[in-house]
Design a protein around this ligand. Structure first.
Ligand code: NAD
Length: 247
């Protein structure tokens, strides 16, 4: 494992432009269940009934009541994986993060350039006038909550059946095509189009480093270096190795 960590450190040090794609796994050590973990949110709630835009339009109050139950999303704090990526950015060794997560933990850890591919559940958006507000600025006493324009507020995460925010989609493609190293961290890489980002980078000539304790769809055919470890352990070790090389 130490050999793999040192190879990753060397690759990051010498790359011209490194980006990271993160998924639910990087927040698992912050106590937020991943999509497919046993005991996670989707064991309790059928995504078809709660996570699609049709379900929200059909019964916004029901989806909001489920959201209130997802307390981990409100109380979670960043872990060493999030802090490590923020540190890499400060060192000038990480250009940006493309995240599929909706938990705001990269920003809470201090990362500045975070492309939120699936929006952000700590904000709400009005379905009529598209005004965006922080979640804690609206009342959740009666659900759903309404905007002053009369429109219903929706959590600002991207629901199944909704388009990816155009800016996030455009920038992710740009960054994937112009990087020479992509770190793929804590994603099962099965939710498209996010799962396509490592392939776009690879086809443009980038190296792919995967950090994930489990085997994924990318492990066999796309990753050049596979670190089968938790993000909160592997990322600080890589940073320590980068510093050791530099000293
Ligand atoms: P996923 O649940 O499909 O896969 C999670 C991956 O993380 C798995 O491959 C697992 O092996 C790996 N993993 C688990 N613990 C890890 C750790 N400590 N370090 C590194 N890797 C670890 O998640 P996904 O691929 O992101 O897709 C799920 C979708 O659900 C995403 O689109 C995301 O928007 C959404 N989601 C977000 C959150 C969040 O914001 N925190 C949580 C759950 C789901």
């Amino acid at each position: 494992m130490q050999d793999l960590i040192e190879r990753a450190a060397q690759a990051i040090r010498t790359a011209r432009k490194t980006i990271a794609l993160t998924g639910a796994g990087i927040s698992a050590e912050s106590g937020i269940p991943t999509f497919r973990d046993p005991g996670g949110l989707w064991d309790r709630y059928d995504p078809e009934e709660y996570a699609t835009i049709e379900a929200f339009r059909r019964d916004p109050g029901k989806v909001w009541r489920m959201m209130k139950d997802f307390t981990e999303l409100k109380t979670a704090l960043p872990n060493p994986g999030h802090f490590g990526l923020a540190h890499l950015e400060q060192l000038g060794l990480l250009h940006c993060i493309i995240t599929q997560n909706v938990d705001n933990l990269h920003q809470a850890a201090g990362s500045r350039d975070v492309i939120e591919f699936h929006g952000n559940m700590r904000q709400v958006v009005c379905m009529s006038c598209r005004k965006v507000l922080p979640l804690d600025e609206i009342s959740l006493k009666t659900l759903p909550s309404y905007c002053s324009c009369g429109g219903v507020f929706k959590p600002a995460g991207v629901f199944f059946g909704e388009p990816i925010p155009p800016y996030a989609l455009y920038r992710s493609q740009e960054e994937a095509q112009s990087c020479d190293l992509i770190l793929v961290i804590g994603t099962s890489a099965v939710v498209y189009p996010a799962a396509d980002i490592p392939r776009v980078a690879k086809e443009a000539g980038a190296q792919v480093i995967e950090i994930n304790p489990e085997h994924t769809d990318l492990t066999d055919w796309l990753a050049d270096l596979i670190i089968q470890e938790k993000a909160g352990i592997a990322i600080p070790q890589i940073i320590a190795a980068i510093k050791a090389i530099a000293s």
